[in-house]
Design a binder for this molecule. Structure first.
Ligand code: SAH
Length: 353
């Protein structure tokens, strides 16, 4: 019985996989390099543009692969230059992506799933449950669309953080393909040290990542110095206590030789005391990790209040004085619903009313 060949986005293929696809079709492997150059260096929008490929190959490719980017459904731009896009995928699913402008470059915060099932108490993304993981191509599309916007300024995306909606280690394989595609020298060539994956702390994912040999950065959403507070904020902490999470992080450190960044949202009256800072030091000291304190981005539907600036600074100073390197994260686009998932919730809920 004949089956219909699966049509996939061409943007979902790492160079090695694309090479195999072409070899399968009797083509020379260097064709994959040429296609990568068209897609990621010359930013071709159609197969016709790829003039160094034969007409036959172009028509073969167009029969088997999509060459289209997500649609921009909604765009917001903040006074500080932060850009937030709500993108619509082929099946109508909507995801957010944010561009932040740092002194050192243009960083994009990529979503890895449509909605999120982790249910963190402070996060807007989880207000809409996970529908599916994004494909590598849909994540690549987020970067390419921001590149298109930046082109008029003669700029490009230089840094990628997988910190948008979704849990990247819940969509491990596609996220790894995505990283391979954007890191590829013959393509976008975004350096491994310029790419960060952020996880709520899935120990199996951390171990797998440790053994992947990738030199990209890993961030852990810790948010609490003990299981009691963490379990109130993050349901995943009930499944994996801190002892298990810290074991996985130590393994990562040993295998990869790389330090993690701990993310810690400062919530008033919940995790912002100096007692918490003291506990945090004993929890993470041996892991040589670096702490990034995140000012809570208020979410209308959530009861939390951001910690006072002076307490955040005291917390930071305590950590630095006790041998744990700590900084306070710079804020972007607070005037445009830049917190994870906020724009999508606003648009989707608004549309349903
Ligand atoms: N699931 C992954 C990545 C997505 S969340 C993770 O948990 O790390 C990316 C980061 O944004 C996490 O550290 C998350 O805890 C944080 N975050 C979520 N909602 C926030 C809010 N309202 N204000 C500030 N940070 C928030």
């Amino acid at each position: 019985m004949e089956t219909t060949p699966e049509i996939k986005s061409i943007y979902s293929f790492p160079l090695q996989e694309l090479t195999l696809e072409l070899e399968k079709r009797g083509e020379k492997s260097y064709r994959a390099n040429q296609i990568f150059e068209w897609l990621y260096v010359k930013k071709a929008k159609s197969w016709e543009e790829m003039t160094n490929l034969s007409k036959e190959l172009r028509s073969e490719l167009s029969a088997h692969f999509f060459l289209s980017l997500p649609k921009i459904f909604h765009k917001e731009e903040s006074k500080d230059g932060t850009i937030k896009l709500l993108l619509e995928m082929e099946d109508g699913a909507k995801v957010e992506t944010v561009l932040m402008r740092y002194d050192y470059g243009n960083a994009i915060c990529v979503s890895s799933e449509v909605g999120c099932s982790m249910g963190c108490a402070f996060c807007a993304s989880g207000l809409l449950k996970k529908e599916r993981g994004l494909t590598a191509g849909e994540m690549v599309g987020q970067v390419l669309l921001m590149d298109e916007i930046l082109e008029s300024e003669l700029e490009r995306v230089s840094h990628v953080v997988v910190m948008g909606t979704g849990e990247p280690f819940d969509n491990y394989d596609e996220v790894m393909k995505f990283i391979s595609i954007i890191n590829e020298n013959k393509g976008l060539a975004i350096g491994a040290r310029h790419i960060t994956v952020s996880t709520c702390g899935l120990p199996d994912g951390i171990r797998k990542y440790a053994h992947s040999g990738l030199q990209i950065n890993l961030a852990i959403s810790l948010h609490a110095p003990n299981d009691e507070i963490r379990a109130k904020l993050m349901p995943i902490a009930r499944k994996y206590p801190l002892s298990e999470l810290m074991d996985a992080i130590r393994e990562y450190l040993e295998v990869s030789g790389r330090r993690v960044t701990y993310e810690y949202i400062m919530l008033k009256g919940i995790n912002d005391s100096l007692d918490c800072a003291h506990e945090l030091v004993s929890l993470i000291k041996g892991t040589f990790g670096y702490v990034n304190l995140i000012p809570f981005n208020p979410v209308k539907e959530k009861p939390f209040v951001r910690a006072e600036r002076k307490n955040v600074e005291k917390f930071r100073d305590y950590l630095n004085d006790h041998g744990v390197k700590c900084t306070i994260r710079k804020e972007f686009g607070t005037d445009i619903d830049a917190a994870c998932g906020q724009l999508r919730v606003k648009v989707e809920r608004g549309a349903k009313k």
